[in-house]
Unconditional design. Structure first.
Length: 136
């Protein structure tokens, strides 16, 4: 359980540190990796959605046993961005810097898989009950 807390906590911190600056870099990204971003709503929506995932990682880190089923979705999230980036890079449609930075996600995805497997068979602690029993 300690491993899961650590992995999901580090993933969240890394995500916040890497995503928050993007709010202020739309012009820089358009200049350094053309073409310029033309649909700001998609750009900022991507960042916002990414930040929401970091919040979910913090929730999982706080109580990994309780939120173990959500780890499966978190694992998928770590591969869903990288796979298209790899394909686009192979087709010459993605800058090398984007490709390189996308390779961090599958590393966390593998760590999430390990965390999921290591929390298998761990029972809910009484404090992790979703609903209080009728006797309480």
């Amino acid at each position: 359980m300690k491993f899961a807390r650590l992995v999901f906590g580090i993933a969240a911190v890394y995500g916040f540190v890497s995503l928050v600056p993007l709010y202020f870099m739309m012009g820089t990204i358009g200049r350094d990796a053309p073409p310029a971003i033309t649909h700001a709503e998609f750009y900022y929506g991507f960042i916002g959605l990414g930040l929401l995932w970091q919040v979910l990682f913090l929730i999982i880190a706080a109580r990994p046993i309780r939120y173990r089923p959500i780890m499966l979705v978190a694992i998928l999230e770590k591969f869903i961005y990288t796979m298209p980036v790899i394909l686009l890079y192979c087709a010459g449609r993605v800058d090398q810097r984007i490709f390189a930075s996308s390779l961090v996600d599958p590393v966390f995805g593998i760590l999430f898989i390990i965390a999921y497997l290591r929390t298998r068979g761990v029972a809910f602690a009484p404090a992790d009950r979703v609903w209080p029993s009728a006797n309480q």
